[in-house]
Write a protein that binds this ligand. Structure first.
Ligand SMILES: NC(=O)C1=CN([C@@H]2O[C@H](COP(=O)(O)OP(=O)(O)OC[C@H]3O[C@@H](n4cnc5c(N)ncnc54)[C@H](OP(=O)(O)O)[C@@H]3O)[C@@H](O)[C@H]2O)C=CC1
Ligand SMILES: O=C(O)[C@@H]1CCC=N1
Length: 272
């Protein structure tokens, strides 16, 4: 992919995940700078990946071709204010923040932007990310391509046609690793309650989750319900477990949780 200079403004969990994935995919570490107010986050990034770090957001943004906004939504307005001094006319801006829309970002940076909104997730850290991307029709094809390449370096991507769909990506992918972790935590806890030590319980859940996800990926023509049915022997143990999930309305619980994630993103659009 094209090796543009990239400044990550914010060096937390998500920036680290993308940077790790980029370096693993062969991106030139010297072309990447990450910023944060303290060395706590920066030093490990420099040590682990050999990238540049800087505590000066303005300097990093001014020197970059691509500015990735990777701070918490609550801080975005404060972080953007000094960046209004940057000439963004030849820069691509990528925002990974949940709940801050394009119009708001343009106001925060007081510029017309070449902007892509991206909703990634933390498995980008190991090259298994899932990112949704949105840009309006004014984005240049080469910027569109760069954003695609950048996120494809750390996983799968899908472009959405309407900006509001980014909130759906948050619910289905951005936040969703946490749902799977929660489910795995619950299985691990119950396996421990049934007598397994912590390590064995973790092995049982992680290998099963990995196997199930790999089966989904290996069988793209088989729908998820069929894969479930193949485990569920009539009158057997799985049927009892699934009946219990259904009795307690697992599908409705998941729907409500995803709707809550979207509602929070919409609320954040008003707050920040
Ligand atoms: N975590 C996730 O799974 C996902 C997160 N996102 C989005 O990514 C963004 C970042 O989230 P996440 O990485 O989890 O958050 P973190 O809190 O882990 O990281 C935020 C980073 O911003 C830094 N920071 C704070 N103040 C400033 C400042 N003034 N200038 C520059 N950097 C600053 C923090 O530094 P310090 O630690 O030193 O304060 C930290 O490095 C959010 O907008 C979130 O919505 C999107 C998809 C998934
Ligand atoms: O929880 C959050 O707000 C961010 C966005 C998606 C994942 N983490």
């Amino acid at each position: 992919m094209e090796q543009r200079s990239i400044a990550f403004i914010g060096a937390g969990n998500m920036a680290r995940s993308i940077i790790a994935g980029l370096i693993a995919s062969g991106y030139d570490a010297k072309k990447i700078t990450a910023t944060a107010p303290s060395e706590t986050r920066l030093a490990p990034l420099q040590h682990d990946f050999g990238i540049n770090t800087d505590s000066d957001n303005l300097r990093a943004a001014q020197q970059a071709d691509v500015v990735v906004l990777a701070v918490k939504p609550q801080l975005m307005a404060d972080v953007c204010l000094p960046l209004q001094a940057v000439d963004f006319s030849n820069k691509l801006v990528i925002s990974i923040a949940a709940g801050i829309n394009s119009a708001r970002l343009a106001t925060m940076l007081d510029s017309q932007l070449h902007l892509v909104r991206v909703m990634p997730n933390t498995p980008a850290l190991i090259g298994k990310g899932m990112s949704g991307l949105y840009a309006d029709s004014t984005l240049a094809p080469q910027d569109h391509q760069f954003a695609s390449d950048l996120l494809q370096a750390v996983g799968e991507i899908c472009w959405v046609k309407q900006e509001a769909d980014i909130n759906g990506i948050i619910a289905a992918a951005g936040s969703a690793p946490a749902y799977f972790f929660l489910f795995m935590e619950a299985i691990q806890q119950q396996a421990m309650a049934q007598g397994f030590d912590e390590q064995t319980a973790r092995l049982l859940v992680q290998q099963t989750a990995l196997g199930a996800a790999a089966m989904v990926q290996a069988n793209p023509e088989t729908d998820l319900a069929t894969l479930r049915q193949q485990v569920t022997s009539k009158g057997g143990t799985t049927a009892e477990a699934i009946n219990t999930f259904n009795h307690h309305h697992l599908t409705e619980i998941v729907a409500k949780a995803m709707q809550a994630a979207v509602a929070r993103a919409q609320e954040m659009e008003q707050l920040f």
